[in-house]
Ligand binder design. Structure first.
Ligand SMILES: [Zn+2]
Ligand SMILES: [Zn+2]
Length: 294
């Protein structure tokens, strides 16, 4: 946890973790101990089709979780969707069957009080026009550690797909997550910071629904937009990048030593803006896209 300049508390968590309850190599207890030791405040254990309930012990919050998938292993007409349920009050009422749709999964997660995250859209080869038809997605993974090298090629980064979606007017909030399976270097890498008055399932869930979080691998980030300017305050980084629906924008990339304070002037025609801050070790923090110029 850290406190920002206004005294608000930001809690660190990973929303996508597998254990021996499905195809992960550590037990839930071992996974919890590992994340806790690495400074995390909360964790969701999201084994494939195995729901685990919310529990809070000794200052660490385990949010209920489960990962559901629909579609075949090869990219088919129906698409492939992996959807993670976070913090549902009870197990979503779902049975694995052929023909199950992503919207049925999202609906069941919503009815059970869960927050739904679209997992690794780049890995799943999701298309923006298909994501647009989904109802009840709370956030999408802009980065999924396990979809990257050396475990899974180079499909960790979904920002291109999510930018195309945002340019068309559908702004999904961004999370980053490890999707831990092997505990072979993918653990404790990509996470979210959530702003909440206290570390309880209720408070974290409320903040997730209100978009009071950002994705990171290390840098801390605060972004505000007013009077045609985007103001970024961050922990020391070596680059800040502003992404929008414009394919070209002057002043989009700012590089330097230990940047902590950067401003960007919005350009005519921009309909959304988002920020990446990258530190000297190459670790990224991502803001969610925000609508501008309307
Ligand atoms: Zn998955
Ligand atoms: Zn997974």
């Amino acid at each position: 946890m850290y406190q920002d300049a206004e005294g608000k508390c930001w809690w660190k968590g990973n929303l996508h973790t597998h254990t021996t309850r499905s195809d992960g190599l550590k037990s839930p207890k071992e996974a919890e101990a590992l994340y806790r030791m690495n400074g995390y405040d909360f964790l969701a254990i999201t084994d494939h089709w195995k729901f685990l309930e919310t529990r809070q012990e000794n200052g660490f919050l385990l949010l209920s979780g489960c990962e559901y998938d629909v579609g075949k292993a090869a990219r088919a007409e129906t698409g492939i969707y992996h959807i993670v349920s976070i913090g549902a009050a009870q197990e979503p009422s779902l049975k694995r069957r052929e023909g199950l749709t992503a919207n049925e999964v999202l609906n069941a997660i919503g009815e059970a009080g869960g927050f739904a995250v679209l997992a690794h859209p780049a890995w799943s080869l999701n298309r923006p026009d298909e994501i647009e038809k989904l109802r009840g997605v709370g956030a999408a993974e802009v980065y999924n550690t396990f979809s990257g090298l050396p475990w899974n090629g180079r499909r960790a980064d979904s920002s291109g797909i999510l930018d195309t979606l945002a340019a068309a007017g559908s702004l999904l909030p961004f999370v980053a997550a490890d999707d831990t399976h092997l505990y072979a270097g993918e653990e404790c890498r990509s996470f979210i910071w959530v702003e909440a008055p206290e570390l309880t399932a209720g408070a974290i869930l409320a903040s997730l629904r209100e978009g009071r979080f950002y994705a990171s691998q290390g840098p801390k980030l605060a972004v505000s937009v007013s009077d045609g300017k985007v103001q970024v305050d961050c922990s020391p980084v070596s680059a800040v990048i502003f992404y929008s629906n414009l394919v070209w924008s002057a002043g989009r990339v700012i590089q330097g030593d230990s940047l902590t304070n950067v401003t960007y002037s919005l350009k005519s025609g921009e309909n959304f803006i988002r920020v990446e801050a990258i530190d000297a070790l190459g670790r990224i923090a991502w803001s969610s896209p925000v609508a501008v110029g309307r």
